[in-house]
Design a protein around this ligand. Structure first.
Ligand code: FUB
Ligand code: ZN
Length: 670
């Protein structure tokens, strides 16, 4: 069965939980990021993103005016990231920022595209069109479009595929261009992206005289498949397939570029062996899941079973051995990478927001290949936890790293935790995560639903209206819920009589299949791989009531995760909880929980909307009479006293919205 994500134009999200996020992105994040891309937020690290496009455009102008007299810049490497001492010192024709700074625009325009698709906005469209003009003016006549090399010298373009991100920038450009085209029907950026891809197609490949390399940072693969599916042009698919299958083939391309790598397996770029032989998720986590997403696209498009096998093995490697309870992946900041199986430290966790976003991309694609909740459960987990934690409630500050335990002093004084921030940052010099959240959140409707010709798959529960076509007839599905606060979902299906329509509702694994579903006059449905298939619609209007058991639970990690040994974490539905200093005082680690675990839930409005917090009966350990004795670091165990406390827990994604303080997801259980 071919499963496609639903076109977001056919989903209107009106939901107490998700509309808050999508509206935040539309009203705050997109305008804020536009200011950032133009370096107009004084207290944030300047981006120089639009500056670079303008600088490249100036150069093009010069080239056109001077003709043969134009002296192109000769490349000299100035660094992976170049920033002037002061923003004012920036020269109008120089490149600044990280060498993949262009991709910040591309992710922004992608978010704009999704937002416009569901919420037309003339003003925003005008700004976006203007930005597109600036970007397109930077493109070289041959189609090449990466400002780093255009400005710094094209003579070394594609000379360092491993580290320099030209193909990464092309991938993001394609993703942004397709989204904007689909939303507005305007193809200026799409044509620019196609021309860049055509140029790359002419330069890369197995043929003699072409570059036999592949991207150092993957994304071009899945982007090219998307371009192929949008335009129907085979060469994009061919190029994507080439990039995937060429990766890791001997002789290793990156070893030619960087001879010092010889003899050392290149796990970081997932280029140690050909991708079809890979079974363990390794290396830089964002790169990895972007690659695996491209592989899953290829397996779907070509029907390649061998590749599907690799995708499944890699998926299992991530979720069974290398994923945090929050859906965070990439445990170590060293190389922003996966660590070895079951190595999931909480206080030094990297768990980059982008990596969890990539996991969602991978999950959606795996579902298209195999209709099982094992993929969509993880998609939900990452979305509600390790991704939403990346953005503050006001949409103006962001986490890049998503730890599961924070001691603010350690973040400031312990070099091993320098990457962990106790509060969200306004922006980053390397600002991959914020616009990535924006593009994902603004397209959440496309993750909530999938469709085949006759079936609507409901992966995520959110208030929404969906229009689905079957053989020219339009069916309207209305979902009402206040999920995840409750597990009750009401679904009206209108106009499905006699169409053969089926509704496939995900029964999440966390319910342990404790759910009720009242289908009215329809049969009860059939449960298969965690989806309840309901068919036989015969009236003009049918109502289906689903109730998923949503009770708090204590969760224990596989004992091989040594970091979490003897500890528990808390979840309710898909939501992971954490404790903050603000509610529980300092020294969170002195709090222990004993069995049987007693958890109560409460409705809270302190974040400005209703959310469910938990209260767990616990005890705080301290030294008996500590206040009377001179402080000594170590004492006899008999001096330890335990005072009962109610441990308050809030949804993990909401942490660090009330100032700086300690945070912990796990607690010891006695
Ligand atoms: O290299 C581009 C992006 O910057 C990666 O995806 C992130 O992990 C960050 O390193
Ligand atoms: Zn990132």
């Amino acid at each position: 069965m071919e499963i496609r994500p639903l076109d977001i134009k056919r989903v209107t999200v009106e939901d107490s939980f998700w509309s808050r996020e999508t509206e935040l992105v539309r009203k705050e994040v997109i305008p804020y990021q536009w200011e950032i891309l133009n370096d107009r937020v004084p207290e944030a690290t300047p981006s120089f993103c639009m500056h670079n496009f303008r600088a490249a455009g100036l150069l093009g102008k010069k080239m056109r005016t001077l003709g043969r007299d134009f002296e192109p810049p000769r490349y000299t490497y100035k660094g992976f990231a170049v920033f002037p001492d002061k923003k004012e010192d920036a020269k109008e024709d120089e490149f600044y920022g990280f060498l993949f700074q262009d991709s910040d625009f591309s992710k922004w325009i992608e978010a704009v595209g999704y937002s416009l698709a569901v919420h037309p906005d003339k003003e925003l469209e005008k700004i976006a069109d203007g930005a597109i003009d600036t970007v397109c003016a930077a493109q070289l006549p041959n189609g090449y479009l990466d400002t780093y090399y255009i400005i710094n010298g094209m003579d070394k373009s594609f000379s360092d595929l491993r580290d320099h991100h030209e193909l990464y920038c092309m991938g993001h450009l394609i993703e942004g261009a397709v989204a904007y085209y689909e939303a507005t029907g305007k193809d200026k950026l799409l044509n620019a992206a196609k021309r860049f891809a055509d140029y790359v197609y002419g330069v890369f490949g197995r043929e003699e005289g072409k570059i036999h390399g592949y991207p150092g940072h993957e994304i071009a693969e899945m982007a090219l498949f998307r371009l192929y599916e949008t335009t129907g042009e085979e060469r994009y698919r061919e190029l994507a397939e080439y990039f995937i299958d060429q990766r890791g083939q001997a002789p290793l391309y990156f070893e030619n570029e960087h001879p010092e790598m010889k003899g050392r397996p290149d796990y970081y770029h997932q280029a140690h062996i050909p991708v079809r032989e890979q079974t363990e998720a390794v290396g830089h986590a964002v790169r990895a899941v972007y690659l695996y997403s491209g592989m899953a696209d290829m397996a779907r498009i070509t029907g390649d079973r061998e590749l599907l096998g690799s995708c499944k093995a890699l998926w299992d490697s991530i979720v069974n051995e290398k994923m945090y309870i929050t859906g965070g992946i990439g445990a170590t900041h060293i190389g922003e990478s996966f660590s070895f199986p079951f190595d999931l430290p909480n206080d030094t966790a990297y768990a980059e927001t982008c990596a969890s976003i990539g996991l969602v991309f991978f999950a959606r694609r795996m579902f298209s290949l195999e209709q099982s909740r094992k993929y969509t459960d993880i998609m939900e987990l990452a979305l509600y936890n390790g991704i939403l934690s990346g953005m503050a409630l006001d949409g103006k500050s962001f986490f890049y790293v998503n730890p599961l335990e924070v001691l603010p002093e350690a973040c400031k004084k312990d070099e091993r935790k320098e990457h962990v921030k106790p509060v969200r940052q306004k922006w980053f010099g390397c600002a991959c995560c914020p616009p990535n959240i924006a593009r994902l959140v603004s397209s959440v409707g496309a993750y909530a639903y999938g469709e085949s010709d006759d079936t609507l798959f409901v992966h995520l529960y959110m208030g929404s209206k969906i229009r689905k076509n079957i053989s020219g007839r339009e069916i309207e599905i209305t979902v009402k819920t206040d999920y995840p606060n409750s597990g009750k979902v009401g679904i009206d299906v209108k106009g499905a009589a006699g169409t053969g329509f089926r509704l496939a509702l995900r029964i999440p694994g966390w319910t342990s299949d404790n759910y009720t579903c009242d289908t009215g006059s329809l049969n009860d449905g059939t449960l298969d791989e965690g989806y309840l298939y309901i068919g036989g619609f015969k009236d003009d209007l049918h109502h289906v009531s689903l109730e998923l058991e949503m009770k708090p639970r204590a969760v224990f990690a596989d004992p091989r995760v040594s970091e979490d040994a003897q500890k528990i974490a808390f979840m309710r539905g898909p939501v992971v909880y954490c404790a903050e200093e603000k509610d529980n005082g300092k020294n969170l680690k002195s709090i222990v929980i004993s069995r049987p675990v007693d958890i109560k839930e409460k409705t809270d409005s302190e974040f400005g909307f209703e959310s469910v917090s938990l209260e767990v009966s616990a005890a705080r350990r301290s030294f008996e009479g500590a206040e009377f004795f001179e402080s000594t670091l170590y004492r006899d165990y008999s001096d330890v006293r335990e005072d009962p406390v109610d441990l308050k827990l809030i949804p993990y994604a909401l942490w660090a919205n009330r100032g700086e303080g300690e945070m912990s997801v796990y607690f010891f259980i006695t």
